[in-house]
Design a protein around this ligand. Structure first.
Ligand code: NAP
Length: 399
């Protein structure tokens, strides 16, 4: 690894999120050798011009396996925002697993992750490549939040929590063209393929063996009330991704919270009349979204009107943005609330660029005990990433 030219390559540097990751590294990683990559030289040069220091440029098409192979061999870590990952992601994961190159991305596409696990996990273990999906808002708060909560729970009560509920609360942000394209692509895949629909409905879709007998873990489908926190709850749109990632992390770690450990994820609003109105409004929006995703005609209309590739929330909207997740751990009568939050940045972009950028820096520079394989942020980076994110302004601590 030490003979490689670069520490990090940001692949997809010309995209909306890729540009934010470049800005983040330019501000925070002065001693890191990093470069930018993508398929279009002119666009890459424009990105490089906007950065305060010169960076090497690598032109490579995601659909060209030989180019991905060369890219993977030039660097310790590839940090990629080239989505939809189902369309552009596979050759790069294969190349990194083969070359022993660490990898982090922003995918929330469960069928893509399942394919990468089945095709490349064993090779990545053998080569030592840490392949880490979901290093943004999906699923760092869930995965590292559960990891941090369990450490605090053990320190307080001498045993792990047997159930954890993550309540996604106050937040403000928007969506980008790549995110819309990825969601619509996934809906298309699910509409065409019954196996994909089955996989998406499987609470253990990302476990080493997704067919193994495990405790029931249904996704929330209704409005509810959390009597202890005095908050309304409703289904969370990313729960079908995040819960699978947390369960994979638990399985890969050898079930440290017990075979019957339950993880659940919902959205929450305050227990007031206004909170109820917000919950009903959100449930209506979610119902509308489900209808849109189920209809090919509505998906086409949304694709035409939503932000396009390269577009996303304004700088002002990103700066105004924030998010907060309350993770509630319980075992018998013992109970602990843990907070994952970013008061300074919208979840999907400014805050995600911080989480992905720190993941890339962590994989490049930190002394990690984990082995290779297709894992999760907590399994691959654990305490080192928690420390980095805290230093970067993200809250991960008991309430
Ligand atoms: N998990 C999270 O919290 C989170 C948050 C934000 C985004 N995301 C995900 O991140 C991904 C990117 O989103 P975005 O809005 O940044 O997308 P975007 O603006 O459309 O950027 C996509 C990038 O991929 C590049 N690309 C496309 N095809 C390529 C190819 N064949 N070879 C090389 N590069 C190629 C594009 O290059 P050109 O500029 O040349 O077209 C561009 O740099 C999406 O999958 C989205 O869902 C996840």
């Amino acid at each position: 690894m030490t003979s490689r030219d670069l520490d990090i390559i940001v692949f997809g540097a010309t995209g909306f999120t890729g540009r934010l990751v470049c800005d983040y590294l330019a501000r925070t990683a002065r001693t890191t050798r990093w470069g930018i990559a993508g398929r279009n030289r002119d666009k890459l040069e424009a990105v490089a011009k906007g950065l305060p220091h010169p960076v090497p440029i690598i032109v490579a098409d995601a659909l060209d396996p030989a180019a991905m192979d060369r890219l993977a061999r030039q660097t310790k870590v590839v940090c990629t925002t080239t989505g939809p990952f189902a369309r552009y992601g596979e050759a790069l994961v294969a190349a990194c697993a083969e070359a022993g190159t660490h990898y982090c991305d922003l995918t929330g596409e469960v069928p893509f992750m399942r394919r990468m696990i089945d095709a490349h996990h064993a090779r990545a273990i053998a080569s030592g490549a840490r392949i880490v999906h979901t290093c943004g808002f999906d699923s760092v708060p869930s995965d590292l939040g559960t990891y941090g909560l369990q450490q605090a729970f053990r320190a307080t009560f001498g045993r792990p929590a047997t159930t954890v509920t993550a309540l996604f609360g106050e937040s403000s942000g928007g969506v980008s063209g790549g995110t819309v394209a990825s969601a619509l692509g996934l809906a298309d895949e699910a509409a065409k393929d019954r196996d994909v629909r089955r996989l998406l409905a499987n609470p253990y879709a990302l476990d080493p063996d997704p067919r193994a007998a495990r405790p029931p873990a249904p996704d929330d489908k209704m409005l509810g009330w959390d009597a202890k926190l005095k908050m309304f709850t409703m289904p969370f749109v990313m729960a079908q991704v995040n819960t699978r990632v947390v369960r994979r992390a638990h399985a890969l770690a050898g079930f440290p919270y017990g075979q019957d450990f339950r993880y659940r994820e919902v959205m929450s609003t305050p227990g007031s009349a206004r909170g109820l109105a917000m919950a009903l409004g959100t449930a209506t929006v979610l119902g509308g979204l489900a209808l849109v995703l189920a209809s090919p005609r509505l998906r086409k209309i949304v694709a035409a009107r939503a932000p396009q590739a390269g577009e996303g929330p304004s700088v002002e909207a990103q700066a105004r943005g924030h998010w907060k997740v309350r993770l509630v751990g319980e075992a018998g009568d013992d109970r602990l609330v843990y907070i994952a939050a970013d008061p300074d940045g919208d979840p999907g972009y400014r805050s995600t660029a911080r989480m992905l950028g720190e993941s890339a820096l962590c994989l490049a520079h930190d002394d990690l005990a984990s082995s290779g394989g297709v894992t999760t942020p907590s399994v691959a980076m654990g305490d080192a990433l928690v420390d980095r994110l805290r230093r970067a302004g993200i809250v991960l601590q008991p309430a």
